[in-house]
Structure formats: structure tokens, C-alpha cells
Ligand binder design. Structure first.
Ligand code: FAD
Ligand code: UDP
Length: 402
């Protein structure tokens, strides 16, 4: 199939009038085949697969009062669709993952663009030819010119190990300081030299003028939002939801023989080997009495002197027409909800100890960004959850009533 056909098909509205689950319903004391902890992508994909393909009875709990995990979106007081936990842009190279999610949502084609604020300039990020021409007043005309310019700036690093090495090796220390050093220190609370190279490898420099943030084959936003997509995913008679309910409250009730856990893995084991470090964020949401705030959905602020990392304006993502606009500032911090596992060697070593413990638990499966301590995007979590379901080798007969 051609990709455009798949997108065309997916852009059509979803089947009309899917029954919505009663999101607040929670019948305690029933017998379930699985208790799933966390109603984000990891938990919801597994709940959907187990309930519909596996015909299993699932109790899905989340300590938050809503489904969707960090991808949760809702209408704010002005009626603008916003993301409670910061901007979530869907992109994937996997046709399988895109096709799977397309069962639960239609899509709005959307290609993400980001500008970086450098002084009074707003420059394309990742660094591309336009960025360099504007920053240095150059006239680089093609990829060859640009490549040669970057090579003249690059400071080759023999073995690229850290997030700093990646950038210095590609573009040299000046561009590193302008675009990466301050942003990364703010975002992660440590110097880029202490972070795994995978962190800045997410943002490779380009010699072209392509200013899209992602180059994936499929880039789109759920047409009616993420929460609506999750509602469709969880609308199944075999799935019962317990929202605003912490796993700790359910643990002793022996509601199911098997558990799928998508919360922080160190918390599951009561931090036995010490806490795994996570990075958190404080979000400042604002609604402004104007139609537009900034030219693209996200503007990054790499300067160390600015306390936030980026500002998001949601109407660019959703295409919503409204006379006001809503934006979110992100202020990184150590304390608070765990949003990012921190990719660094010592943290990976500590995670490995927890993962060994996890392997020894016959009846618990750990999945997701927090459950497996991986800096995963949404599509990677969906892929991981689908692969986990396949490995579980679930029969289609439900267990008898207890
Ligand atoms: P989560 O969404 O974190 O879900 C885990 C759930 O478990 C939570 O709802 C939590 O409340 C619940 N839970 C934890 N412990 C318990 C407990 N003891 N009892 C009950 N419930 C519990 N990805 C992209 O692809 N594109 C993006 O643009 C993008 N932007 C992002 C921006 C930000 C600011 C952040 C933080 C992440 C972003 N991501 C993005 C990543 C994306 O959010 C994750 O990949 C995805 O949401 C992870 O899903 P999950 O199910 O593993 O975890
Ligand atoms: N980064 C940066 N400057 C930028 C954008 C990104 O230094 O303008 C670095 C920073 O370390 C960031 C990482 O690249 O954490 C990955 O960026 P991405 O936009 O993928 O972060 P996320 O959306 O996951 O927060």
C-alpha cells in the first residue's frame, strides 16, 4: 500500500458513535485475568489487546483521575484543546503502529516545526542551512557548501560518548553553546557531557533547508485529540477502569493473577536499591486574548538565562479555530511527577538491577517509559506494548469465574 493511501484512509472520521466507557465505574471484588497499572499508551494498548484479541477481563487502574497518561488532552476554560503534560506530537516510521492506532482515531496530517530563540532571531531547529545563513549572514546555496562550512566548524571527537560529544563533533563548540548547552543543562539538570549520546542524537543537524522537526513517514495528530483516541481504545466490555486509584490500594485485594505495571519500576520495588533519577517539569498554562502568539507550535529557548525550555501554542497542532489562544511554558525541575528517565551510564546500571528483579517476578510484566526506564516516544511505547502482547502468547479463552 502507498503511504498516502494509508493516511487518506486514516484521515476519514472514525466509525460513528462508538460506545464510550463509563470512565468512573469501578466494580471492586470482581475477578479479572489482568490488573494493569497505568492508563497511558503502554497500559491502554495492552488492555485493548488483552480484552479484544485475548478475550481477557482487565482491570485498568491509574492514580490520576483520567486516561491517556502523559498524552492526556482536554479543553481548557476557553474551550481550546490543550495537552496537560506538554506538547505531544505523533510521528512514526512504523506502518504497523500507525495502522494499529488508526483503528481508534482519524488523523489530522501535521508536520512539526520548531524555532529556537537566539537573541531576537527565531531560527529553525534542528540546525539546517537556513539556520546557518540567518545566524551568520551567509549565503550557503547547497548541501555541499553547508557540509564544507560545518566541517570547518566541527571539532572531531575520537570516540563519541556523551550528548556533548555528538554536537561538538558535528558542528563545533560555538553552535553547541548557542543551541544545545543551555537547553540541555536546563532540561536535564546536568551538563551534556554527563548524558548519553542518544539524547542529542535525537536532533541531527541537516545540510538541507528541510525545517521539519521529524522526518518520519507518518506524522499526524489524532483528529479529535489523544483522550478521544484512548476512549475508543478502552471502550470494551472486558475492560473496567479504576481512575484516581493507586496500585498500592489494590495490591492486597488479589484482584487478578497477572499484573502489568507501567509505573516507575523502582517504586514497584519500594526503591530497594535506591531511587532511579527522573526529570520532572512544571507547566505554566496560559490563555491569551489574541488569535496567535508565535509563528510555529513550539519555540525553544536555549539561553541559560531564560528559566523555561520551550513554549507551545496548541492551535498549530490541532488546527482549532478560536479567537483566543492557549500556550504552555515548560520549567524543568527535579521534584514532581517522573516525566523523563535520565539517560546516563550509572542510571542504566541501577535500572539493570531492578530489571533483574523484574525478570524474577513470574506474574508481573513491566512495560512503558517508566516501567522499563527508557526515553521512549509514544510510537516506541506502542510498539513495545504490542510486542509484549505477542510474547505473552495469550489464549483467547477467559479464565473461569473465581
Ligand atoms: P505514561 O504516559 O507516563 O503512563 C503511565 C501511567 O501510570 C500514568 O498515567 C501514571 O499516573 C500511572 N501510574 C504510575 N504509577 C501508578 C500507580 N502506582 N498506581 C496507579 N497508576 C500509576 N512522545 C512523542 O512521541 N512525541 C512527543 O511530542 C512527546 N512529547 C512529550 C513531551 C513531554 C513533556 C513528555 C513528558 C513526554 C513526551 N513524549 C512524547 C513521550 C510520551 O509522553 C511517552 O512516550 C508516553 O506517554 C509514555 O507512555 P507510558 O504509558 O509508558 O507512560
Ligand atoms: N535539545 C537542545 N536544544 C534544542 C532542542 C533539543 O539542546 O533546541 C537537546 C536537549 O538535550 C533535549 C534533547 O535535545 O532534551 C532532545 O530534544 P527533544 O525535542 O527530542 O526533547 P523532548 O521533546 O523529548 O523533551
Amino acid at each position: 500500500r502507498r503511504i498516502s493511501d494509508l493516511l487518506d484512509a486514516a484521515v476519514r472520521p472514525p466509525r460513528a458513535a462508538l460506545p464510550l466507557p463509563n470512565l468512573r465505574r469501578s466494580k471492586r471484588g470482581g475477578a479479572y485475568d489482568y490488573l494493569i497499572v497505568g492508563a497511558g499508551f503502554a497500559g491502554s494498548v495492552l488492555a485493548e489487546r488483552l480484552a479484544s484479541a485475548g478475550n481477557k477481563r482487565v482491570l485498568l487502574c491509574d492514580r490520576r483521575p483520567h486516561i491517556g497518561g502523559n498524552a492526556f488532552d482536554h479543553r481548557d476554560e476557553a474551550g481550546i484543546l490543550v495537552h496537560k503534560y506538554g506538547p505531544h506530537i505523533f510521528h512514526t516510521n512504523s506502518e504497523e503502529i500507525f495502522a494499529y492506532l488508526s483503528r481508534f482515531t482519524a488523523w489530522r496530517p501535521y508536520e512539526h516545526r520548531v524555532l529556537a530563540a537566539v537573541g531576537t532571531q527565531r531560527l529553525p531547529m534542528p540546525i539546517n542551512r537556513t539556520t546557518l545563513n540567518a545566524l551568520y549572514g551567509l549565503d550557503l546555496r547547497n548541501e555541499c557548501d553547508t557540509e564544507a562550512f560545518l566541517q570547518s566548524r566541527a571539532e572531531p571527537v575520537e570516540t563519541v560518548r556523551s550528548a556533548r560529544d555528538v554536537v561538538i563533533n558535528q558542528v563545533g563548540s560555538e553552535l553547541y553553546r548557542t543551541f544545545f548547552e543551555g537547553y540541555t543543562r536546563k532540561q536535564w539538570g546536568v551538563d551534556p557531557s554527563e548524558l548519553d549520546k542518544s539524547v542529542t542524537q535525537r536532533i541531527p543537524t541537516r545540510c538541507t533547508t528541510d525545517d521539519r522537526y521529524f522526518l518520519d513517514r507518518f506524522q499526524a495528530m489524532p483528529l479529535h485529540g489523544y483522550t478521544a483516541m484512548f476512549e475508543n481504545m478502552l471502550a470494551h466490555d472486558n475492560i473496567e477502569l479504576a481512575l484516581g486509584t493507586d496500585f498500592r490500594e489494590l495490591k492486597r485485594e488479589q484482584l487478578a493473577t497477572k499484573i502489568i505495571y507501567t509505573g516507575p519500576i523502582d517504586e514497584y520495588f519500594d526503591h530497594r536499591f535506591g531511587p532511579l533519577p527522573y526529570r520532572s517539569l512544571r507547566f505554566r498554562h496560559e490563555t491569551l486574548d489574541q488569535r496567535r502568539f508565535q509563528p510555529v507550535a513550539v519555540v525553544n529557548y536555549p539561553a541559560a538565562a531564560v528559566p523555561y525550555t520551550r513554549i507551545t501554542e496548541y492551535k498549530h497542532l490541532t488546527g482549532q479555530v478560536h479567537r483566543k489562544t492557549s500556550i504552555t511554558y515548560e520549567f524543568p525541575q527535579a521534584e514532581g511527577d517522573p516525566y523523563y528517565p535520565i539517560p546516563a551510564a550509572e542510571n542504566a546500571a541501577l535500572y539493570k538491577r531492578y530489571a533483574q528483579l523484574a525478570d524474577e517476578q513470574g506474574d508481573v510484566t513491566f512495560v512503558g517509559r517508566l516501567g522499563t526506564y527508557r526515553y521512549y516516544n509514544m510510537d516506541q511505547v506502542v510498539g513495545q506494548a504490542l510486542a509484549t502482547y505477542r510474547r505473552m502468547d495469550v489464549g483467547t479463552t477467559s479464565a473461569p469465574e473465581a
